[in-house]
Design a binder for this molecule. Structure first.
Ligand code: PLP
Length: 380
C-alpha cells in the first residue's frame, strides 16, 4: 500500500508513540491532583507546553490544549464573537477549511456579519483584496476578526500571513490563522507571522489524533470554550489528555527539526511525479502552483472524473484524495477549486496527492506510472 493522503492525516511517528505509552499505562494519574503520583504527568504537561511554545516562538502561557483543529477554529471565531454578543464582524476567505467556513456560517445565524474574501487563481488571499474588505461596508468601529489559513489543505498554497496580519492590525482588527496544514511542515513563528491566534492539530504532523492547540497571544481576550474545571487557565475545562499532549509535543519537535531535510526529499518526489506526467504529455493543470506545502500536489486532469481516478488508484493500492465529491447525479467541484476558478472540464478530474516524510522516491514513481496508466486508459 502507498499512502499518499498525508494532508488528511499522517502515520504516528514510532518515536512519538513510545513517549506516549508510559502515560497510557503506569503514569495514569490526573495531572491536576496534588499528590506525588500526579507529579510526573503534571511535569510532562508543563514540558509539552514549553516544547510547543518553543517550536512556534510563543510563551508557555499562550498555548491552550484542545481536541484538534476543528475545536481550535471554533473556539477562535466563536470565543472572539461572544465577547461582543455576536455584534461583531468576521472576515475570512472562500477557501478556508469547513472548520472555519461552517463556524462563520453558524456565527452569521447568530447575528455576526461575515465576509468571505475571494482569492487569486493561485489560491492566495491578497492584501489589496483584504484592504477593500477592511474598509468595510459595516463601519470601521465594529470589532473585527480576520481569519485566513496559513496554508490551504486542498492545494497547499501558503498565504502571505505576515502582510495580511499587519494590515489587519493597522485597521484595528484581530487576526487568527488556521495553521493546521502548515505546522510541522514549514517553519512557523507566531511573532514573525504577527498573528493573535493560531490553530493546530497533532495528527497532521505525525502525532496522535484528537489533540491540538490554540495559540492565543498574551493580552488577547477570548471567551472560554468549555466551562468547568480550572484546566487551561479556566478557558478550556476538562481533564488533560496527557499522553496525547506529550505525543503532540514530541511530534512537533521532531517534525520541526526535520523540516528542511523532509522538504528537500518531498520536493524531489514532487518533481518525479510532475516530470513523468509532463513527459507523457498528459493534459493536466497543477492547482495552486507557487509557494506551497512540500508534498501537496493537486492535479486536475482534463475530461476525467476525480472519483474514478481515486478508485482505480485504490485498486492499485494507492491512497489519495479528490477535489470533488460525487452525489448520485452530479460531480460537485470543491469550494476551493471553484474559488481559484479551475476550468470545469479539469476541476472534475482533480486528485490531491499529499506525500509525507514516510514516502519514498520509488513510491513517487509508482504513483506517477499508475496515474499515467489510468489517464491513458480512462475506461479500463
Ligand atoms: N483546518 C484545516 C486546514 C484542516 O486541513 C483540517 C483537517 O483536515 C482541520 C482544520 C480540522 O482539523 P481536525 O481534523 O484536527 O479537527
Amino acid at each position: 500500500m502507498i499512502y499518499a493522503d498525508n494532508a488528511a492525516t499522517t502515520k504516528i511517528d514510532e518515536r512519538v508513540l513510545s513517549e506516549m505509552i508510559p502515560f497510557l499505562t503506569e503514569q495514569y494519574a490526573n495531572a491536576s491532583q496534588p499528590y506525588f503520583f500526579a507529579s510526573l504527568p503534571k511535569q510532562a504537561l508543563k514540558e509539552a507546553r514549553e516544547t510547543i511554545a518553543q517550536c512556534i516562538g510563543a510563551l508557555e502561557e499562550e498555548i491552550f490544549f484542545t481536541c484538534g483543529g476543528t475545536e481550535s477554529d471554533n473556539w477562535a471565531l466563536k470565543g472572539f464573537s461572544s465577547l461582543y454578543n455576536n455584534k461583531n464582524r468576521v472576515i475570512t476567505t472562500q477557501i478556508e477549511h469547513h472548520a472555519v467556513l461552517n463556524t462563520a456560517a453558524a456565527l452569521e445565524r447568530a447575528g455576526v456579519k461575515a465576509d468571505y474574501m475571494p482569492v487569486s487563481r493561485e489560491g492566495l488571499a491578497l492584501p489589496e483584496t483584504m484592504a477593500e474588505f477592511l474598509n468595510g461596508r459595516e463601519g470601521k468601529e465594529m470589532p473585527c476578526l480576520v481569519s485566513v489559513m496559513t496554508a490551504n489543505n486542498e492545494i497547499g498554497t501558503i498565504m502571505p500571513i505576515g502582510e495580511l496580519s499587519r494590515l489587519a492590525h493597522e485597521r484595528g482588527a484581530y487576526f487568527h490563522t488556521d495553521g493546521v496544514q502548515a505546522l510541522g511542515h514549514i517553519a512557523i513563528d507566531v511573532n514573525e507571522l504577527g498573528v493573535d491566534m493560531l490553530s493546530a492539530s497533532a495528527h497532521k504532523f505525525n502525532g496522535p489524533k484528537g489533540i491540538g492547540f490554540l495559540y492565543i497571544r498574551k493580552g488577547v481576550e477570548i471567551a472560554p470554550y468549555a466551562d468547568g474545571g480550572s484546566q487551561e487557565a479556566s478557558l478550556r475545562a476538562g481533564t488533560e489528555n496527557v499522553a496525547s499532549i506529550v505525543g503532540m509535543a514530541a511530534a512537533l519537535k521532531l517534525n520541526c527539526a526535520e523540516i528542511e531535510s523532509n522538504s528537500v526529499k518531498l520536493l524531489k518526489m514532487e518533481d518525479i511525479i510532475i516530470g513523468k506526467l509532463t513527459a507523457e504529455g498528459l493534459d493536466f493543470i497543477r492547482n495552486g502552483a507557487g509557494e506551497h506545502i512540500p508534498g501537496n500536489i493537486s492535479l486536475s486532469f482534463n475530461n476525467m472524473e476525480g472519483e474514478a481516478i481515486l478508485h482505480r488508484l485504490d485498486l492499485m493500492g494507492i491512497c489519495v484524495s479528490t477535489g470533488s465529491a460525487c452525489d448520485s447525479v452530479n460531480t460537485q467541484v470543491s469550494h476551493v477549486l471553484k474559488a481559484i476558478r479551475t476550468p470545469e472540464g479539469y476541476a472534475k478530474g482533480t486528485v490531491r496527492i499529499s506525500l509525507g516524510k514516510n514516502n519514498t522516491p520509488a513510491q513517487a514513481e509508482r504513483i506517477a506510472d499508475s496515474l499515467i496508466k489510468i489517464v491513458k486508459t480512462p475506461r479500463e
